[in-house]
Write a new protein. Structure first.
Length: 217
């Protein structure tokens, strides 16, 4: 089960699917998360000292300075608590946002079950102490442990589940879909483009909402 990296997507090849997410680690304990369509531009970093950051990659930093006038490539910084088990980030992908895509024949992709109609698939990253075994609740629909990343000092666990969104989350999703539609209304968006919307909070809790950019209505 333990690997150094995972490539994940909801759905199946040549059918409705999400974007592809990469989660990886290095032996000293740092863990990273990135969306493949934004690979080389943005990533989230969870360092061994529990300091975290979201922002531009080193490779894109110079271009970001030219385009956006940012001399600090880190858009946001925060710190994880000292708890033995911490949910570091959750990636929320509504079933309504899955799209038929060109054939994806990358054998390294782990395909996650398509959520039921109108539900939300959630990929979660838990960071634990090195000797902890994580277990998923039995009462959560579709809940599975996708895999584990082992480092010299700690572990990262990837889980997946799907749920019907409550009223608050459903309203957030609809609001973000309307806002995205207004933002890209006059843009030439290539087919298959997806948006990853970062949720910032004062605490360490972080969420990313993935939406398709071919928004109708």
């Amino acid at each position: 089960m333990a690997k150094q990296q995972f490539r994940l997507a909801i759905g199946s090849p040549s059918k409705r699917q999400s974007g592809i997410w990469r989660i990886w680690s290095i032996p000293k304990g740092d863990i990273y998360v990135a969306n493949r369509c934004l690979g080389g531009i943005y990533k989230a970093s969870f360092h061994k000292d529990r300091k975290c950051q979201f922002g531009f990659t080193k490779e894109y930093a110079e271009k970001a300075d030219e385009r956006f006038g940012r001399n600090d490539r880190h858009i946001e910084k925060w710190r994880l608590p000292e708890d033995a088990v911490v949910c570091a980030i959750q990636i929320l992908i509504p079933e309504s946002e899955l799209r038929i895509s060109a054939s994806t024949d990358d054998e390294k992709i782990t395909w996650l079950e398509t959520p039921p109609l109108d539900s939300v698939g959630t990929i979660s990253l838990f960071i634990t102490e090195k000797d902890i075994e994580l277990h998923v609740p039995r009462n959560v629909p579709g809940a599975v442990i996708v895999g584990r990343l082992d480092t010299d000092i700690r572990r990262a666990w990837i889980t997946y589940a799907f749920t019907i969104p409550d009223k608050k989350l459903a309203e957030i999703i609809e609001f973000e879909k309307h806002r995205l539609k207004a933002t890209i209304a006059n843009m030439a968006i290539p087919p298959g483009t997806r948006a990853s919307l970062w949720d910032s909070k004062n605490s360490y809790d972080r969420h990313v909402l993935e939406l398709a950019c071919d928004i109708a209505g």
